[in-house]
Design a protein around this ligand. Structure first.
Ligand SMILES: NC(=O)c1ccc[n+]([C@@H]2O[C@H](COP(=O)([O-])OP(=O)(O)OC[C@H]3O[C@@H](n4cnc5c(N)ncnc54)[C@H](O)[C@@H]3O)[C@@H](O)[C@H]2O)c1
Length: 307
């Protein structure tokens, strides 16, 4: 078992702490705010409350008052500092000199390419984006995104580590805005806003189309396997039959619209009528309970049905 340093202990760093510690790694957490580092430990304690392994997992987690102390002896660093370029640039300049050059540094960044904060580093070849979907202790997908100068071995190492701790990595060949997940989400959200703006359906009905329709298949397979199974002889037949229809739809969708203030206000009204603002924290707990139950069910179904 090796030692992982978590740098930045907000929403994402706290969840990463649980991911690495429950997989058996020693985890050292550091945040410029000592309260945030303590809150990460408290988050892990709360998440594990009542489970038999809680004490053993908590015993593997330590807080470090300084960045130097946090990364000393680390075999991997997961950076989860705020999504602000100057903060990442300053932090990586320090990590460049503090972390031994062979140790891989993964950034949780949602949208900053690693090239934007590692270009001038002496040890930039060991840096890449290791982007989780929040919260990573419940959602396994991780996007590995190399900068042009990231060493293949660093991507390899991060991929193997992610698999070992129970995450599901995908490897992008190069940097691209939004990586993969947010590009897919962007395409869907663009159309969802358009359908509401044009008065075709309500926001609730768009949500229903996903929750009770598309999402049931997406729970265990993606869009390509979906269409491969939706024509007798597979994907090529599906594309022959429906390719022209989708091309026509894509042309209608080609002109992206901004999410206008009146449209956002209308959707906000509809959502607040469904879930009042003061009940959002409770609703987030509801979401996380669903997620945890689905993740457990998926593992069980996979054992029975295969991948
Ligand atoms: N929240 C999400 O849904 C989500 C999902 C995937 C990836 N991410 C990415 O993860 C990263 C962290 O996001 P978050 O939502 O946890 O943010 P957050 O604001 O909850 O936490 C950021 C933490 O970093 C600390 N911090 C401030 N300056 C720092 C520094 N110089 N060095 C180290 N830590 C510092 C802050 O005190 C805070 O505790 C961002 O890059 C974000 O894009 C977020």
């Amino acid at each position: 078992m090796s030692r992982v340093a978590i740098i930045g202990c907000g929403v994402v760093g706290s969840s990463w702490t649980l991911v690495f510690a429950r997989a058996g790694h020693d985890v050292v957490v550091h945040d410029p705010s000592p309260e945030a580092a303590e809150a990460a430990v408290a988050f892990v304690r709360g998440s594990l409350a009542g489970t038999p392994e809680a004490e053993a997992i908590l015993a593997r987690i330590a807080t470090a008052a300084s960045l130097e102390e946090a990364v000393a002896g680390a075999d991997y660093v997961q950076e989860s500092a705020p999504e602000r370029l100057p903060i990442k640039q300053a932090l990586y300049a320090r990590l460049d000199t503090l972390v031994p050059p062979q140790v891989v540094i993964g950034s949780s960044t949602s949208g900053l390419p690693a090239s934007s904060f590692t270009e001038s580093l002496a040890t930039r070849a060991r840096c890449l984006v290791v982007h989780p979907i929040n919260p990573p202790h419940l959602i396994p997908l991780v996007e590995l995104v190399p900068a042009p100068w990231t060493a293949a071995e660093a991507v390899e190492f991060a991929g193997a580590l992610m698999t070992a701790v129970g995450q599901e990595p995908i490897r992008l060949s190069r940097e691209i805005n939004g990586f993969v997940v947010n590009r897919l989400q962007s395409a869907l959200l663009g159309e969802a806003f358009r359908l509401v703006e044009d008065g075709i359906v309500s926001a609730a009905e768009v949500d229903k189309a996903v929750a009770d329709g598309l999402g049931l298949r997406w729970f265990f397979m993606g869009p390509f396997e979906t269409i491969d199974l939706n024509a007798a002889t597979g994907v090529a037949e599906y594309c022959r039959n429906l390719g022209p229809m989708y091309h026509g739809l894509a042309r209608e969708q080609a002109d992206p619209r901004p999410w206008s203030a009146p449209l956002v206000a209308a959707i906000e009204r509809e959502r607040r009528a469904a879930v009042p603002g003061e009940r959002l924290p409770e609703r987030r707990l509801w979401r996380d309970r669903w997620l945890a139950a689905l993740v457990a069910a998926k593992a069980q179904i996979r054992r029975e049905f295969g991948r």
